[in-house]
Every structure is written in structure tokens, then in C-alpha cells.
Design a protein around this ligand. Sequence first.
Ligand code: PEP
Ligand code: MG
Length: 570
Amino acid sequence: MIKGTAASDGIGIGKILLIEEASLEFTPHPVEDPAAEVERFRSAVNTLIAQTERDAAMLRETAGEKEALIMEGHISLLNDPALKGETENLIMGGQCAEEAYSSMCDMFVGIFSSMEDEMMRQRAADVRDIKAGLLRILLGVREVRISDAPKGTVILIKELTPSVTAGIKKGNIVGIITETGGKTSHSAILARALEIPAVLSAANAVSRLENGQPVIVDGSAGIVIPDPSFDQLNEYTEKREAYLRERAELEQFRGRRTLGADGAEYELVCNIGKPEDANKVLDHDGEGVGLFRTEFLFMDRSAIPTEEEQFAAYQQAALILKGKPLIIRTLDIGGDKEIPYLGLEKEENPFMGFRAIRYCLKNRELFKTQLRAILRASAFGDIKIMFPLITCVEELRAGKALVEETKKELTVLGIPFNKDIEVGIMVETAAAAMISDVLAKEAAFFSIGTNDLTGYTMSCDRGNANVAYLYSALQPAVLRMIERTIRCGRQAGIPVGMCGEAAANEMLIPLLMSFGLTEFSVSAPSVLRTRKCISRWTKLEADGIAEKAMSLATEQEVADYLSKVVSAAK
Ligand code: PEP
Ligand code: MG
């Protein structure tokens, strides 16, 4: 068995087609007629642009618009004036086209690879791809096309470039194995869009596997099984069928409203960490965003993002969502979320310490910069503000006062924003759950954060293996916190959602429906599964299940009971 990165779900069973790139080596040679060499270079660029346009059109049909845009990104790189102009300068200085273009591309690859931003590093792979494409044309090397591969082919290749992926015919290629690339590489994105199981970064796969060898690719588990036994073939054939059945069943929930079995409607939104994740929300049929974790904008960089940078990010998410709701949570740092450049003091007890809203209220300028950016973006969509880690009413009041102050400043400056923007809170501390009756009078909405609420209620750190057994949202104590929060929110007439992981827990869903949760916020890939789970129950059935579950004494009893009820309903 060979282990790799699970990059595209599903199971593929087939025979290996090893794709070896022809050598693109060349011997640099001086040119006698630089002007003619520039022409040869330009004509190669034009040929590659034409090829790439064909690839983009093909991808638009097989994978989708977003995937085609990856190839169109290649065209922009090919047209890049710096890359093109500098190459031509080098040629005019006497270098051959191969040498000039290679050295310019290598320089760009070096620059992009050293950048911190994942997207920029991805550009390095794109430049390598166009460099290979152009050298192939200049050297007259026949291109590897996989469009003629027979049915049941598993592609094995060192590095899967978007231009190779573009040649894939969906019905014939049943799996992809590579030696490089991660979950967020363009190859992974394309494999997912084409719904082909893929295991990337499988160590030394090219030397360990052979052309024509039978193989199983488990893209969900990230494993490759060469020469499977009869039993393994049976096992994985069954797994594949179960996977395909489930996917087809879930697809029936695409484009539908989120309804209980009695027709009661719920909101099913998503948690995101970056503005571009809003695209994933739409791809997975989410109805909006219930939690934008803005701390990700502050991570992996060396300085606080400016108001403009933040505004651009919030606006981008709002524009992608086209009027669908977008709840932006203000900076939630501290605890396990470190931002080195803020210079936070080391604390004995970081989860109990100077974090989230506590930090923001003491760092007013940083906080107001974020509020200004969110308010400005509110002119472009249905944006709401949410404060993390609230433990007392004073924190909510202080946060709201800063929102009001910021609004006044924007009004004076004549900058547009939504004057009626709602300000809600996360209920993720035991304190907030206990005083949810009073908080509900001053918050526009609640969103229950079970990830933290479970830890704070059970007084256990989930990173500590010795106490991890306590960390469960099915603990009677946590269930009571959840029930109380939803009841108090309802009594005050405000919507109550949940954005912790528990919102997608199929065992907990009937309880949440019974308690009166109105909004479920889950990771984008969980949308259809959650919609299906919700569709199983009427409110009346959910009430019966909740009553029984709440009468049980231990987490184990609750888990056993709910798992029995859920299995029976499937
Ligand atoms: C939570 O605590 O449940 C939550 C959603 O916030 P985070 O996971 O970002 O701490
Ligand atoms: Mg939290």
C-alpha cells in the first residue's frame, strides 16, 4: 500500500497508465539572427495560447467555468508583458528562445515559490507548466495527450499539471496518482471538479508502480493499493458502489430548500475562513455564510491587514454571495489561534486568557479598523456582525458602542454602509449560555459555538488526550447549555443558529430541530448531507427523540440512543 494525500474523494479501480514527460533538455546556443529568433518565440507563444484556449474550452465543458479559468490564467501568464518583454530582450542580446524563456520562467518560479501566500505559490506551478508547454513547441517534442486512454485507466504521473489534466476524458480515467501536489493545488481542484478519485504526493509512486499494473485508488483515504487481492477487489468494489449511491442520493438535495419532513424550513449556511471560500459555499449549494472566521486574514503574514485589505476581503465575499446572508465574526485570536506579530504575552492559561473580544475591546484601534471595513462592506451585501467569546453583557454593550461610534464616523465622512446592520454574538462560553436570557435582549441573534462551548462547559482541553473522553457535544451538560440558549433566544424572539462542528452531527440534528434552532452553519462539503439529515424528521418526531435523550444520564447512553434512532431512520 502506498500512502499519499487524499485530494479527490471516491474509489477508482483500474490499470495504470504511466505518463512520462519527454525530456525537454536543450543545449543553449547563440543565435545569429535575433530578430528571426524573436519571431520563432512569438509564434511558439501564439501556438501555445491557441492550444490553451482549446484546453480551456474543453475544461469548461467537462469540469466547469472556474476550472476553465485556471487555463485562462495560463493565457494571461503567456501574455504577461514582463515575462514576454524580458525574454525578447534576452533573445535580442543573443540567447536562443529556449534559454531566454527558461531563465525568465525560472526567475518567476523563484519569486512566486518564496511567497507566503498559497495562491501565489500556486502561480509557480502555473509558470512551470507554461514553460514546459513552450519548450515542447520550440523543441518539437510531441505533447503527452491522455485523451486517448482506454476506459478504466488510472493515470500515474510525477506532477499533474493543469494542461495535462485538461486532456482527461471523464468516463475513461478512473483515478489519478501523483508524486507531488497538495489538497489545494490546481491539479487537486481539477480532479475534484472532474469527480475523479485522486491520491497526490504518493511517495515514489512512479518507481514503485508499473505501466499496466492493476491498482485501487482510494481518494477519500489517500491510499493506493497495487495488485489488489480478490478480497480487496470485492471490498473496494462494494465501497465504491456505496460511495456512488450516497453521492447520487445527496445530489437529489441540491437546489432544494432545507426542510424537515413536515415542511418546516431551516437555514443551511456555511463556515468559511477566506473570501474565496464563498465560491465553495455556492458550489456545495450552501444558502449563505453563518461564520466567516476573519482571523485567517490575520494569519500567515507579518503585519495586521489594513482597513483596505480587510474591506476588499469582506466585499469580495459579499459580492460572491450575491445578497445571500454573510455573518462576519470579528477577530477571534488567542487560545489555540496564534498571531505572532501581535506580540501577545505568553499566558499560563491561554484558553482562559486575553483573547477574542477581550483583546479587541482593549485594542480599540485594531478593532475599529475591522469594524470600519465590515461596515463599509455592508453596502455590498447582507452582512451581519458577530462577536466571539462573549461572557457578559458588558462586553456586548462595549462592542456595540464601538460599532455605533464607527457608524457615526462613517456617516460624517459620507461613506455608505447598512445603518440597520445586525450585531449578534457567539454563545460559546458556559457564562454566555447561562445568561442567554439577558444577552438575548441586547443581541440581534445567537450562534452557538459548540467547539468552544463543549470545552468550557466540560472544563476540558481537547488537545489533552487524558481528558479527551469528556469532549463531546452529546454530554448531558453540553446539551443543557445548548437547549437553554436556544430556548432563551426563542423566548426573546431572536434567531438562534449553530456554527460549531456539532451543527452537522447527524445524531444531534433532531435535538437541535426540537429545541428550535433556525440556522445550521456547517463546512461547505457537509451541506447536502446536513440537508438530508434534517429532511428525516418532523418536529413532532424530533420532540420525542429530544425528550428521551434529555432524560438520559450519561454521554454514552445519549450516544447509544441517538445512534440507534438515526440508524433506524436511514
Ligand atoms: C466554536 O467555538 O464552535 C466556533 C465555531 O468557533 P471556532 O471553532 O472558530 O473557535
Ligand atoms: Mg470558538
